[in-house]
Design a protein around this ligand. Structure first.
Ligand code: PLP
Length: 461
């Protein structure tokens, strides 16, 4: 299996190289050259299998010879052993044809654990074999950073550096990043918003001297390994609702477009997905793009669903690549225009996107009202991101079962949940002392040289 860049000019890589590299050297994102498909009987045979067994079958065709089957099975088993639910990703029914897919039973209570726990295992195995060491740098709007730190803390071959927007993550998210005591964990509070953090990380990857000097590796949602790990739960959820014998739809609370893009891959692999619905909060660039064909940046407005507070949605580039018939030069051109503030998608590519993705947005009021209603009517306490999804899903319900991805545990966003429902969501017992642990964080200006200096000082050479 070979991996190519969405901008067409970076070297072609293996799965292992693409995973360790993150961002391609031409500024693009890696994708498999061909998307493997699973047959109808192969999907049907997933019924009744464990999450780990399905994970192996879905991901195996993508990894080439990076790991043997036995190694890969072992790494998958380790990745999900720490989850607090035997099903890993259980479905909860909330209406006759509407289900929540609970993706928050991992160690940091958000769906990002599904990808990050696996990536941690894959990195450790690959680096142990090669004797290399890497510096993982990531930007976070809250959940990626805590999931990355949890996955990499204490690993010998890795320093993990997380940039988060100062004052713009929830207290639980911040504490999950600032309280780990391991010396290879470095939380940096950046003066700026999430897009600034993400831009700094991109700039570090594009500074090839620095990139090679510190052996930079990325685990943001641009990392192909992360997208791949997220494809799995579309299969487990759809199969338990009757796929491949009947289709299933998904609504996905969306920010960086990684999670919903994984759904697109699942569909390309042969899973019968009817609708893929992009749900945004009032930072609605993706909803506007799907309505108008124009991708135009506006400022970021903080919301009660902070993990979706972004305007530049990195993984959307991957969808564009397919919309443009895998024309890397066309994608590179659009991304150049984006530096000037936006671009207009050409007619054919726009038609493809519109036929593939539906969309909707939830205001702050609608989000809070949905949290309240789900508690009152269904007895389910949901996080604000899940509420954005649930609100948007309501207007896409029909004959096909709808699965809304419940992306975080309500206890991760206790203030918003309490304000909406009057209920305090307690943390699971295993992290009940989170508020008592001492914090360790470095505040840094939103400036490339300043961040690079801190990183050089901190890492184990
Ligand atoms: C990251 C995140 C999202 C958005 O996912 P993307 O893959 O960036 O679109 C939604 N909800 C929660 C809780 C998240 O942590």
């Amino acid at each position: 299996m070979r991996y190519i860049s969405t901008r067409g000019t970076a070297p072609v890589l293996t799965f292992e190289q693409a995973m360790l590299t993150g961002l391609a050297r031409d500024g693009g994102l890696y994708l498999p050259e061909d998307i493997p498909t699973l047959t109808y009987p192969q999907i049907a045979a997933m019924a009744g299998k464990s999450y780990e067994e399905v994970a192996f079958e879905v991901m195996r065709p993508f990894i080439g010879d990076t790991f043997t089957d036995a190694e890969f099975k072992d790494l998958i088993a380790r990745a999900y052993a720490g989850f607090g639910h035997a099903a890993r990703a259980p479905l909860v029914q909330v209406d006759s044809n509407h289900y929540l897919l609970e993706l928050f039973h991992g160690p940091t209570l958000a769906f990002k654990d599904f990808a990050m726990q696996l990536i941690g295992q894959l990195f450790q195995a690959a680096l142990t074999r090669s004797g290399d060491r890497v510096t993982i740098v990531g930007a976070t709007s809250g959940d990626t950073g805590s999931a990355a730190i949890e996955a990499f803390r204490g690993l010998k071959a890795v320093d993990v550096i997380i940039l988060y927007p100062h004052g713009r993550v929830s207290e639980v998210q911040r504490r999950q990043m600032t309280t780990p005591v391991e010396a290879n964990v470095h939380a940096l509070a950046i003066d700026g918003d999430f897009d600034d953090c993400q831009a700094l990380v991109k700039d570090m990857f594009n500074d090839f001297a620095f990139r090679d000097d510190v052996r930079l590796a990325g685990v943001n949602s641009i990392n192909w390994g992360r997208v791949l790990a997220q494809v799995v739960y579309y299969f487990t959820a759809a199969v338990s609702l009757g796929a491949p014998h009947r289709p299933v739809s998904f609504t996905v609370p969306t920010g960086n477009f990684g999670d919903i893009f994984a759904g697109f891959i699942a569909k390309q692999m042969g899973l019968p997905i009817a609708d893929l619905v992009v749900a945004t909060n009032r930072n609605d660039i993706l909803h506007r793009t799907l309505l108008t064909g124009a991708y135009t940046k506006e400022g970021v407005t903080p919301t009660i669903s902070p993990s979706m507070d972004i305007q530049v949605s990195s993984n959307f580039e991957r969808a564009l690549f397919y919309a443009y018939g895998q024309d890397g030069a066309a994608v590179a051109g659009q991304m150049d225009d984006l530096k000037q503030g936006g671009f207009t998608i050409s007619q054919g590519a726009y038609e493809m996107l519109k036929s593939t993705f539906k969309s909707g947005r939830a205001s702050e009021e609608e989000t809070s009202a949905t949290i309240k209603a789900y508690h009152a009517n269904h007895g389910e306490l949901i996080c604000p991101h899940t509420a954005v999804g649930a609100h948007v899903a309501q207007s896409h319900l029909g004959d096909v079962p709808m699965v809304t991805l419940a992306t975080a545990h309500p206890a991760k966003f206790p203030d918003a949940v309490k304000a909406a429902s009057g209920i305090s969501a307690p943390l699971p017992a295993r992290m009940a002392d989170l508020y008592d642990r001492p914090e360790r964080v470095t505040r840094v200006a939103g400036d490339l040289a300043a961040v690079q200096n801190v990183i050089k000082e901190r890492i184990t050479a």
